[in-house]
Design a protein. Structure first.
Ligand SMILES: Nc1ncnc2c1ncn2[C@@H]1O[C@H](COP(=O)(O)OP(=O)(O)OP(=O)(O)O)[C@@H](O)[C@H]1O
Ligand SMILES: [Mg+2]
Lengths: 206, 148
């Protein structure tokens, strides 16, 4: 081997080591330069190294794509969860014969009407004696919607059960006063807990 | 700043009102009025779902000379409303009163447009030609005196 080709060889190997070191630091864009004709033994080795770097790069791209996809999916799921909470009207039997309608999110006229339907139906189906409509956390409602909740409580009494409203925020209380919404003989309690105590004490065994 | 939301299902109404609320906060509205703007979007959006054809909600920041605020436009391609004067009355559909025994299971109390008017400072209805649309604006600084 001549000194010249020896020098060239060392050069190429140094080159390759540099590229590999960069790979170690996460740079997958560098490639080992293949000098001379492609059938020298080193050329085959270098081509192999380049192929390996390329497949690492492809793999990393794919991982990144998965990552964003997963994050997107999680964000969508979180949004759908929030939507379900806000769009649905679950009636929960919190005690034997005592139903609770927890109201969360934004209440518009359609939703307040749905609540009436769902609650009256649940009372009839489960032959409940008491219903608690809990609007804790609802800060804002249109006056007609507030009025509708009071009417909802009155309708519950019409079908033979008792109904209380709990968690009326100061803002909603003001709306009621300002609009002259009459509570009639609809009972209100500060919290769900108080309402529950009130009912459990008055409950007749079934 | 303009956000368009096509209204095809209940989830879209949810999306539209979330966007409206975010926009309202960005414009400088306090939490309570931002929620009221979201209710306006919700009422107009559910009306598109219930009665409209291919509708969308567009919320945007008002531009001068209109005072600072949030504008909500709800448009759809369905036929115009038979009698808007009736439709905006609480407890009325567009062909007359909704009986109390009717709103059970009807999916509404007939107070949607009434709520939009009460919670907005400016309200317009344009029957077309072309798409019909509602435009409701809430101003940041000058709250119109609400008539009940
Ligand atoms: N986008 C629309 N296309 C056609 N008709 C509409 C549209 N929006 C409202 N209307 C008509 O106006 C009437 C009044 O609407 P409004 O929202 O006030 O009450 P509602 O939808 O009947 O009940 P609620 O809103 O309380 O659920 C509706 O019954 C409907 O006939
Ligand atoms: Mg409506």
């Amino acid at each position: 081997m001549s000194d010249d080709s020896d020098l060239e060889l060392r050069d190429s190997i140094a080159d390759a080591l540099l590229v590999l070191a960069n790979v170690g630091f996460g740079d997958l864009d560098g490639r080992v330069e293949i000098k001379g004709n492609g059938d020298a033994p080193l050329a085959a080795l270098f081509a192999g190294i380049n192929e390996m770097i390329e497949s690492l790069r492809v793999e990393r791209e794919r991982n990144r794509a998965y990552q964003t996809e997963i994050e997107d999916k999680l964000a969508t799921i979180e949004q759908q969860r929030a939507a379900i909470r806000e769009l649905s009207t679950p009636v929960i039997e919190i005690w034997d014969g005592i139903l609770c309608l927890p109201v969360v999110g934004i209440v518009d006229s359609v939703r307040s009407a749905q609540m009436t339907d769902v609650l009256l139906q649940a009372i009839a189906e489960r032959r409940a004696q008491f219903a608690i409509v809990d609007i804790t956390g609802i800060e804002v409602m249109d006056t007609k919607t507030v009025d509708h909740f009071v009417r909802l409580a009155k309708s519950v009494r019409l079908i033979g059960a008792d109904c209380v409203l709990t968690g009326i925020s100061p803002n909603i209380a003001n709306t009621m006063v300002a609009m002259g919404v009459s509570l009639g003989d609809v009972t209100t309690h500060r919290s769900l807990r108080e309402a529950l105590k009130f009912f459990v004490l008055r409950k007749k065994p079934r | 700043m303009t956000e368009r939301t096509l209204i095809r299902e209940a989830l879209d109404v949810f999306t539209a009102r979330r966007r409206a609320r975010q926009l309202a906060v960005a414009v400088g509205f306090a939490p309570a009025p931002s929620l009221e703007i979201a209710i306006v979007v919700s009422e107009l959006g559910t009306n598109i779902l219930k009665y409209g054809v291919r509708g969308e909600i567009v919320v945007s920041r008002t531009t001068p000379p209109v005072p600072m605020g949030v504008e909500v436009v709800a448009e759809d391609e369905g036929p115009p409303i038979a009698d808007i004067e009736l439709a905006v009355r609480d407890g009325y559909g567009d062909r007359g009163p909704i009986d109390a025994d009717q709103w059970l299971g009807r999916g509404g109390i007939g107070a949607g447009l009434g709520a939009v008017i009460r919670l907005s400072d400016s309200f317009e209805y344009h029957p077309g030609p072309g798409k019909k649309f509602f435009r409701a604006i809430r101003y940041l600084h000058t709250r119109r005196v609400v008539r009940v």
